[in-house]
Ligand binder design. Structure first.
Ligand code: ATP
Length: 436
């Protein structure tokens, strides 16, 4: 993990937020290549959910919803972690994570393991961030930053049913930020206070819930493999009865073998009719579907694949991170699939003179109309290759004196390191084929 974190910082993919003030717990900023990588993940998700299907529609609901939302959803009462304080070191810990945490005084021990530790009884701590609407923090104006995007989807179920002209089984998908007041140290971007979720609520006739739960578990596993993640490092794990969320009748997590061990990448829950029924009760609106063929009304059940953008980015980075040796020199390389690589092709003039930069820019300007490309003329060619390897650029095109004679360039493959001579006229095909 430390190596991945160092690479992210070195190349400006992801780094601690508010760094000039010493940072802020579990909060990170994404720099240029990090944003490109993250956007590729989000776009791939939208593609799988919307472009390649016709039974899911898109939504972008508000982060701050009516406060009753969280009463109805059960989050106000039940979205809590058990906390303990140590009276000796003054640190606060999640009671259910003690075995993974370090004692404040003796880091080789867990909290509570030494004679000096003096832990309080566990008390429940709500993970929602509260804020106020209006200038005065008076009663009645308290609102919450959403801890999941799903509830916005349930609130808009009726509206969407009307305008989208869909009937169950159909889904509503959204991507957006969620916020949780996490106190466990985060393991880089694995657990952060604010994070983007990619969630889809799939509304189905009750009798079909189990079938669709199975379907989405498989579809979501396949999606991670399609991003280039090693299937050996992915697994499905069903929740035991004591782990289930308050709304869920069955949940399976897709876990990835992060450097910190097998951990949740995505949860796929059978939420039953819990949410729609709760919001119907609290709002007084009927949240049902009338099936004209059967002549009956029912509350659809919900299957929810809920993924985290940050955890997907982290899985991709850990999976792609590799080191090897070229000519006796150590190389760090991100073997990202071209589909998610921040930059698909780098265009590099061999020299900063003799017409190389002009020709290189001409090629670059053409390629960037089609794919994410980068032009770089700074430094020795070997160092420029190394820079591209570290951000996972699959192809590097070099313009040299021969280019000016016969209009060919060398194309270097990040993984095989093979260099082919390719006519400029064939470049676009070569590059777009790779990323298709
Ligand atoms: P965990 O048990 O790790 O806290 P969770 O089961 O509470 O996660 P869900 O409520 O199922 O998580 O949220 C769905 C997805 O959102 C998770 O699989 C994860 O990818 C992402 N996610 C949840 N909490 C965080 C967080 N604090 N930081 C980053 N991603 C998160």
């Amino acid at each position: 993990m430390d190596e991945v974190v160092a690479l992210c910082k070195r190349r400006g993919l992801i780094f601690p937020a508010s760094e000039i003030y010493g940072g802020i717990a579990n909060t990170y900023d994404y720099g240029h290549y990090g944003v490109l990588l993250k956007n590729n993940v989000i776009n791939a998700w939208w593609k799988a959910m919307i472009q390649e299907r016709d039974d899911v529609v898109a939504l972008d609901s508000a982060i701050i919803q009516h406060p009753r939302t969280w009463e109805a959803s059960g989050h106000l009462a039940g979205f809590t972690d058990p906390l303990v304080d140590c009276k000796t070191c003054g640190k606060r810990y999640r009671a259910d994570h003690l075995g993974e945490l370090q004692c404040g005084r003796k880091p080789s021990k867990h909290p509570g393991e030494t004679d000096e530790c003096d832990l309080t009884e566990a008390r429940e701590f709500n993970l929602m961030f509260a804020t106020t609407i209006g200038p005065v923090a008076e009663a009645g104006s308290t609102v919450y930053l959403r801890p999941e995007t799903a509830q916005g989807i349930f609130l808009d179920f009726k509206t969407t049913l009307q305008y989208a002209r869909r009937k169950p089984p159909f889904g509503i998908a959204q991507v957006g930020k969620s916020f949780r007041n996490e106190i466990t140290p985060g393991n880089f971007i694995f657990r952060t206070l604010e994070f983007e979720q990619m969630e889809m609520e799939f509304f189905v006739p009750p009798a079909e819930a189990e079938k669709w739960h199975e379907y989405w578990m498989q579809a979501r596993m396949d999606w991670y493999v399609s991003l280039g993640i090693d299937p050996e490092r992915l697994k499905l794990r069903a929740h035991g009865p004591d782990e289930l969320s308050h709304y869920s009748s069955a949940t399976s997590d897709i876990e990835y073998l992060y450097p910190i061990g097998w951990s949740e990448l995505e949860g796929i829950a059978n939420r039953g009719d819990f949410d729609l029924k709760q919001h119907a009760e609290y709002s007084g609106e009927k949240l049902e579907y009338f099936d004209p063929n059967a002549g009956e009304r029912y509350v659809p059940h919900v299957i929810e694949p809920a993924a985290g953008v940050g955890r997907t980015v982290l899985a991709l980075l850990c999976d792609a991170y590799d080191t090897d040796e070229i000519g006796g020199e150590k190389r760090t390389v991100l073997r990202l699939s071209p589909a998610v690589a921040p930059v698909k092709v780098a265009v590099l003039p061999l020299l900063r003179k003799d017409g190389h930069p002009e020709k290189a820019r001409e090629i670059y300007l053409e390629l960037r109309k089609h794919v994410s490309a980068e032009y770089d003329e700074g430094g020795a060619i070997g160092r420029r290759y190394r820079r591209q390897d570290e951000i996972g650029t699959p192809l590097a095109i070099t313009i040299d004196h021969q280019t000016l004679e016969d209009d060919t360039v060398t194309v270097r493959d990040r993984d095989s390191l093979q260099q082919d001579r390719v006519p400029v006229g064939e470049l676009l095909d070569r590059v777009t084929q790779l990323t298709r």
